[in-house]
Write a protein that binds this ligand. Sequence first.
Ligand SMILES: Cc1cc2nc3c(=O)[nH]c(=O)nc-3n(C[C@H](O)[C@H](O)[C@H](O)COP(=O)(O)OP(=O)(O)OC[C@H]3O[C@@H](n4cnc5c(N)ncnc54)[C@H](O)[C@@H]3O)c2cc1C
Length: 469
Amino acid sequence: MGPRVAEATGIRFETSCNVLVIGAGACGLVAALRATEGGADVIVVERDRSPSGSTSMSSGFIPAPATRYQAALGIRDSAEQFAADIQKKAGHEADPTIVELVTSEIGPTLEWLADKHGFEWLVLTDFLYPGHSANRMHAVPEKTGAGLMARLLSAVEAADIPIVTGAHATTLFVRPDGVVAGIEVERLDGAAERIGCGALILACNGFGGNRDLVRQHIPAMADALYYGHPGNDGDAVFWGAALGAATRHMGACQGHGSLAHPHGILITWALMMEGGIQVNTQGERFSNEHGGYSEQAVAVLNQPEGIAWDVYDARVHKLGLTFPDYQEADKVGAILSSDTAAALASRMRVPPAALDETLATVERFHRREEQDPYGREFTRNPGLEPPYYAVRVTGALFHTQGGLAIDRSARVLRIDRTPFVNLFTGGGAACSVSGSRIEGYLSGNGLLTAIGLGSITGRTAATSAGLLR
Ligand SMILES: Cc1cc2nc3c(=O)[nH]c(=O)nc-3n(C[C@H](O)[C@H](O)[C@H](O)COP(=O)(O)OP(=O)(O)OC[C@H]3O[C@@H](n4cnc5c(N)ncnc54)[C@H](O)[C@@H]3O)c2cc1C
């Protein structure tokens, strides 16, 4: 059965809780931890047998300003500075209230995860992601989304919060006054169960896994490979439409212009930020690689065959090897290397003279003899030197950033801007802070709003559930 909303009157629930969370990704698990801390009894429902979500597929890098981890490294940063970076990338289209909310929530939330739940955080200092004015990417020591997810699941288990897996939420039961009374889930064997709640948190991410919705809202990515969790197929959008909820910035998303192809392994954008370039199958550059990896997905897909090559050198390769995904790409043979540009070109099957000319031109940009017509500043990094390295990549859709509009408490808003009293959302299900376009995504906006809004929804839902009971 597809997602639907039904009248709650007369519905009996087999079990009930104060706060019910749909989706066991970063948003749902942080929300569950916060709501439990607020005194609520919480149930999380998850459609998969084993929770993973896009969170465990991610690199797990979370931007947070003014943390004690930054301070220990002498990094100066503030919520205001981070908010300015977000708005600059989003073309000042992001809702300032939500930007202010998440930029001030995320740092204390990471510290709370450390203090209360034993998380360890490190700050990535090897390079700056496009658009960030300070080193503020935090990661668990494994530097993977899987490592982040494992820690969240351990914390939830330690807090005795039940996660009902293999439970696909299909129906929201809503009273005539707009209060959500509970949901129906479909179990793997097709059986239906009903769970009542004092407050409901939609943490089921966006609509990247729904090709029709992507085609409708993000036509530039209609035929792009979707590299996020397939179960994120837009349920929050359908429930929102049935409830008369407002959606915002549905054209926004996180794309990525560097997914090893055909291997399907994320190649860190650090390669580009530290001196690498992208060329097409003709051996020619086609863009400013420092604009951002999200919009670069479209730039790559617009090249012949939708293919590009990341080209760099041994220094950059060494940096790449500090990332688990890149190590994996190296292990499976996705990374090529050769002592000369001509030899590399023939392995890449691009015209050797063209690649040679591209590298020579880039060298002139480094020496300030010419200006890059695409506007990239090359003098911040050393020039590329043999031996050269290359990896074949394509553009992909990672997750959607538009979604349900929310207020300061992360309550879902109706089209007339009044809030649903006990319906909350965060992460990919909510409208994020990337504005309306693909180029508005500042790296980290995904986990920023998953963890930041997860924290806020958990706290406010616990309070709201108490009031409603
Ligand atoms: C390859 C990749 C790399 C990324 N790297 C980063 C990064 O380094 N930093 C960053 O900030 N962001 C990154 N992102 C984005 C980030 O992963 C997401 O923004 C974030 O994980 C969203 O968290 P979430 O909790 O909203 O969703 P998810 O983690 O996807 O969790 C949603 C859960 O809801 C479940 N679900 C869906 N519908 C239902 C239903 N009807 N009933 C029950 N359960 C349901 C799903 O099965 C899923 O488990 C990356 C994404 C990808 C794909």
